[in-house]
Design a protein around this ligand. Structure first.
Ligand SMILES: Nc1ncnc2c1ncn2[C@@H]1O[C@H](COP(=O)(O)OP(=O)(O)O)[C@@H](O)[C@H]1O
Ligand SMILES: [Mg+2]
Length: 235
C-alpha cells in the first residue's frame, strides 16, 4: 500500500529525515512514536507530499509518487489530518464537510450521498450539524477533521496526534472511529504521543529516532520492549 525507501526530507536546507524506510500493508493500522522533534509530523507530511522527498522514494498503491504533489496525492487517495485544529471555526459542521469535499468536485446529488455516508459514521456530527466548528468540544473537532478528510474517500489516512488534548472518553471514541475505518479497509498511519493507548489498539508500532526508523514491530512487541517502555511509555 505504502513503501517509503531511504527517504530524506526537511525544510529548506534543514534535513530532518535521514533515510526513512517504512512499508504498510493494505488495511493495516500503524502508529509512529518518538520523542518531540524526532520528525514524526515531517514524515507524515512527506508521505502526503507536503514536505518534498529530496532523496529516496515514496511508492503508493504500486506507483512511484515521489515527485507527485500533495493535491494529486489527495486525489489518488492519500488523506491527512494535520496536528492541531484544522477546521474553519466560524463555519458550521455542514459547511466544513462540504469544504472537505472541495477537491472532489462533486455534483449536488453526489455531495448529498457523501454527507449522508459521513453522518452515518459520525452520528455525533449530525447532532451538531448547524453548530460552528469552533464551538465543538475537542473530541468533536477531531471527529469533524477526520470526517472532512474522509469526504475525499482516502485509501490511506494519515493522522497526526488524533488524541492530542482529548479526555480519556473522547480519546476512546476517536480510536473507536479509527477502528471502524480500518475495518472498512482504510489503511491508517498515525502519530501518537499517547503511545501506550495507541499501541494497545493498533497493529504495528514504528519508532522514529532522530529522523530514522529505529524499530518496526507488532504493536504488542513494541509495548513489551523494555527500552521502549522506559523511554516512551513511562513504564
Ligand atoms: N515548518 C518548519 N520549518 C522548519 N523547521 C521545522 C518545521 N516544522 C518542523 N520543523 C523542525 O523539524 C524538526 C522535526 O519536527 P516534527 O516533524 O514536527 O517533529 P515531531 O512531530 O516528531 O515532534 C523539529 O526540530 C522542528 O523544529
Ligand atoms: Mg508532531
Amino acid at each position: 500500500m505504502l513503501e517509503v525507501r531511504e527517504a530524506v526530507g526537511g525544510y529548506g536546507d534543514l534535513r530532518i529525515l535521514h533515510g526513512v524506510d517504512l512499508a504498510l500493508a493494505p488495511g493495516s493500522w500503524s502508529t509512529i512514536i518518538g520523542a518531540n522533534g524526532a520528525g514524526k509530523s515531517t514524515l507524515l507530511k512527506l508521505v502526503a507530499g507536503i514536505v518534498q522527498c529530496r532523496g529516496g522514494t515514496v511508492r503508493y498503491g504500486g506507483e512511484d509518487v515521489t515527485t507527485v504533489g500533495p493535491v494529486d496525492r489527495l486525489l489518488r487517495g492519500i488523506g491527512m489530518v494535520p496536528q492541531g485544529r484544522c477546521n474553519f471555526p466560524l463555519l458550521s459542521v455542514e459547511e466544513n464537510l462540504k469544504l472537505g469535499a472541495y477537491t472532489q468536485k462533486l455534483g449536488r446529488e453526489e455531495l448529498r450521498v457523501e454527507l449522508e455516508r459521513i453522518t452515518q459514521r459520525f452520528p455525533r456530527l449530525r447532532e451538531r450539524w448547524g453548530a460552528m466548528a469552533g464551538n465543538l468540544s475537542g473530541g468533536e473537532q477531531q471527529l469533524l477533521e477526520m470526517a472532512m478528510v474522509l469526504m475525499t474517500r482516502p485509501r490511506l489516512l494519515l493522522l497526526d496526534e488524533p488524541s492530542l488534548g482529548l479526555s480519556p472518553a473522547s480519546m476512546a471514541l476517536v480510536f473507536d472511529v479509527i477502528r471502524g475505518l480500518v475495518a472498512d479497509g482504510i489503511t491508517v498511519l498515525m502519530v501518537e504521543q499517547n503511545a501506550r493507548q495507541a499501541l494497545e489498539v493498533c497493529d504495528l508500532g514504528i519508532v522514529l529516532e532522530l529522523g530514522r526508523v529505529s524499530l518496526v514491530e507488532s504493536a504488542r512487541e513494541v509495548l513489551s520492549h523494555p527500552e521502549i517502555r522506559r523511554m516512551f511509555l513511562g513504564l
